[in-house]
Write a new protein. Structure first.
Length: 200
């Protein structure tokens, strides 16, 4: 069986990482999306949900047993300590699910597996990858995209950007950098060039 190529995909908010993930999927690559796994990790019946209730209060559960994300966010992001506690509960659960999905994809013989993980380097998941790709964009472009996508003011978008590492944090660690400062056609060309370079 041919060995799967595992690519770690990451990037700051508003960089266009989700678009790159979609372009990779269109090429037939298997995508494992950490954001989807993060939602699955806190579904009713999951250990992580029980731990969140214990730490942040029973009322973070809705009447149907599902997580009230807005209330959890309000409490978990109130202090750095609370945010760290949230991450300590959710991240290990997501990593367990991701490893399981990765093993299954390898077992199926997927040629290329893309781990779409915002905190790829922060969680050490780059160790599972053969290559890592970071998507970057100039701050003003990112800010504008976040405002349009999430309906935020420039100030609110900037606050979200401020809590993330600078581009250099990613580019110094990644095997490849995709600069997304144009339209989607330009980004698609950059993705095609990257795929040619890695022989996929």
């Amino acid at each position: 069986m041919t060995k799967s190529l595992v690519i770690g995909l990451t990037g700051s908010i508003g960089s266009g990482k989700s678009t790159v993930s979609r372009l990779f999927a269109a090429r037939g690559f298997c995508i494992i999306d950490a954001d989807i796994l993060a939602r699955r990790a806190v579904e009713p019946g999951m250990e992580a949900l029980a731990a969140l209730v214990k730490r942040f209060g029973k009322d973070v559960l809705r009447a149907d047993g599902s997580l009230d994300r807005a209330l959890l966010a309000e409490r978990a992001f109130a202090t750095a300590e609370a945010t760290a506690e949230l991450n300590a509960i959710v991240h290990p659960a997501v990593i367990r699910l991701l490893r399981k999905e990765l093993d299954a994809a390898k077992h199926r013989g997927e040629a290329v597996i893309v781990l779409d993980v915002p905190l790829l380097f922060q969680t050490g998941l780059e160790a599972l990858c053969d290559r890592t790709v970071v998507v970057t964009a100039p701050p003003e472009v990112r800010r504008s995209r976040i405002c349009v996508r999430d309906g935020l003011t420039e100030e609110q978008a900037q606050l979200r950007m401020n809590v993330q590492p600078a581009d250099a944090y990613y580019t110094q660690r990644a095997s490849d950098t995709l600069v997304n400062d144009g339209d989607e056609t330009a980004l698609q060309s950059a993705v095609e060039e990257l795929c040619r370079r890695i022989g996929r």
